[in-house]
Design a protein. Structure first.
Length: 287
């Protein structure tokens, strides 16, 4: 098999060429793919600074600088996986609840091909319908959730579906294996201790940002991999997990966050976890 390769900078200048993720080939569906990038340009579920609907486009724009071989890890994923960009979910810009259903169907359509979806966000509301699709395919999944916020509110402005509620809704719907849920980087102010303690009461493992300060997260990720074992796992990575010194444009800024090198340790520390036919997928929430 000939595997798709990102378009190289010696074949086409970085500022030109296709606007796909890493300038990979575009595909209409996930058929025949091992993994696919899919954009979820959503921000009608966010409560503060909007703009995350532009996230997938700008992630793709910056991805033109990525090369297919990683010097630090030796990883060369495009030598063994067939990967392409399947475009964006066609959301209903004026109806969040309808958009949630549209997202779930889009991921159902990917998972039917046993393809690993790599979602580019988008506000964190998107993770709820994605986890619903994952659970239909894999049963309740483990979760590595990297974020400044727990996103376990019961409601926001009386609404049950929003960017601050996805993991409560996902647990209620049987999408998560509670004793294999890990929330990393939580911090900041809240309304009560329940903002974090609700997660603990459900059996989630909460690793506050303060527990990560001045440390390598390699030992933490080793422990998380051991606890997850061979269970299918979903990775949800919210950019506001990073300290605003690194990501000031996020919608809900919290000081005292993770560093860039800790972010790399978390991602690299997922190696060996069952990312399933996928996470059994993963998402980046560009909040």
């Amino acid at each position: 098999m000939t595997f798709n390769q990102p378009l190289g900078g010696n074949d086409m200048p970085r500022f030109a060429g296709p606007s796909t993720m890493m300038r990979l080939p575009a595909r209409e569906t996930a058929e025949g793919l091992d993994a696919c990038f899919i954009g979820v340009p959503l921000d009608i579920g966010t409560s503060n600074r909007s703009g995350t609907r532009q996230g997938p486009r700008h992630i793709r724009m910056e991805s033109c600088m990525l090369r297919p071989y990683n010097m630090g890890t030796g990883a060369a994923p495009f030598d063994s996986l067939q990967v392409a960009d399947v475009g964006d979910v066609a959301l209903n810009t004026f109806d969040l609840k309808k958009s949630v259903k549209i997202i779930e169907q889009a991921f159902d359509d990917i998972l039917v091909h046993d393809c690993k979806p790599l979602a580019l966000g988008g506000d964190h509301t998107m993770t709820y319908p994605i986890l619903r699709a994952m659970a239909k395919k894999h049963g309740p999944v483990a979760l590595i959730h990297v974020d400044a916020h727990a996103d376990i509110n019961d409601d926001m402005f009386g609404e049950k579906i929003a960017h601050g509620t996805p993991f409560r809704r996902a647990l209620e719907d049987g999408c998560l294996q509670a004793d294999k849920v890990f929330q990393i980087g939580l911090r900041g102010t809240g309304y009560s201790p329940e903002d974090f303690n609700w997660s603990r009461k459900q059996g989630f493992t909460v690793i506050p940002a303060e527990d990560c300060w001045y440390k390598s997260l390699v030992p933490l990720m080793t422990e998380i991999r051991e606890k997850i074992g061979d269970h299918p796992v979903y990775l949800s990575y919210d950019i506001d997990s990073l300290d605003p010194a690194f990501a000031p444009g996020t919608g809900t800024v919290e000081i005292g966050g993770l560093t860039i090198w800790q972010a790399l340790e978390i991602i690299r520390g997922c190696q060996g976890a069952q990312r399933g036919r996928r996470r059994s997928g993963g998402s980046v929430a560009a909040l």
